[in-house]
Design a protein around this ligand. Structure first.
Ligand code: SAM
Length: 234
């Protein structure tokens, strides 16, 4: 038997590509987005009472990694990408039905949309449902997961003077905590674990409407090189 689901809205997110998105929500509190609700859910009735809630669960589709053939085993980046585990032991994006779930901060409710932060969602992600976070039921102090028993390791992020200034200027223009966002995402070291980067190699990612470039001047350290408006002409 098959069931069909349809989005109740779409996310407009700071993350314009999958690379450098944190692996879970709240690893980058400065990651913000807006959930644009679709009719009929853009009516105030649908969110009445939600102002009493600080965090919401989002159920969504991993729309950029949907696959015809289900995988039973996956190679999570957390394990370096070279060890596999059963799909149900992981939060991998390649999974049956392609459904993801994230607890995010509900910053504001506006007509037809919700302002969110701490997100780990790509721009354009279809949202299937919203549920209030219920602390007494959802927070389980005794819970354990020895595969992922702590947040991923972080590395220091340094800045060139020019990059710091550019981040502050673009952040002001966007009305977004861009420097914090860059720092919070890069400190997770987005590079695939198997890559040994030479200091000459430049990495880049698009956040909002800017391209952020960085390199690894030495092993285990990131230096942000520059932040430039994304070239949309090519
Ligand atoms: N918190 C969610 C969960 O546990 O279901 C997502 C965890 S998943 C490991 C996080 C990764 O999903 C991010 O690093 C990003 O690369 C990827 N991602 C986010 N939105 C996506 C989308 N719409 N389609 C495909 N991949 C996406």
């Amino acid at each position: 038997m098959t069931y069909s689901v349809s989005p109740i809205g779409y996310i407009r997110s700071c993350f314009k590509e999958k690379f450098a998105i944190p692996r879970q929500p709240h690893l980058a509190p400065a990651a913000r987005g807006v959930l644009e609700l679709l009719p009929p859910f853009d009516h105030p009735d649908a969110v009445q009472g939600l102002e009493q809630v600080s965090h919401v669960w989002l159920l969504f589709l991993f729309h950029q990694t949907l696959e015809e053939k289900p995988r039973l085993k996956v190679r999570p980046p957390r394990l370096g990408g070279n060890r596999s585990l059963g799909v149900f032991a992981t939060r991998a994006t390649h999974r049956p039905n392609g459904i993801g779930q994230s607890v995010v901060t509900l910053d504001a409710i506006e007509p037809g949309r919700l302002r969110l932060s701490g997100i780990d969602l790509l721009d354009g992600t279809p949202i299937l449902d919203i549920k209030p976070y219920v602390p007494y039921a959802d927070a389980i102090p005794a819970a354990c997961n020895t595969i992922a028993d702590a947040s991923p390791p972080v590395i220091p992020v340094r800045w060139t003077d020019a990059a710091r200034l550019q981040a502050e200027q673009h952040g002001q223009r966007l009305g977004e905590p861009l420097a914090d966002l860059i720092e919070q995402c890069l400190t997770q070291d987005p590079r695939p674990a198997y890559q040994i980067p030479s200091p000459e190699r430049r990495y880049g990612v698009r956040l909002w409407d800017v391209d952020v470039h960085w390199h690894y001047p030495e092993s285990g350290i990131i230096r942000v090189l520059d932040i430039e408006p994304t070239d949309t002409t090519s």
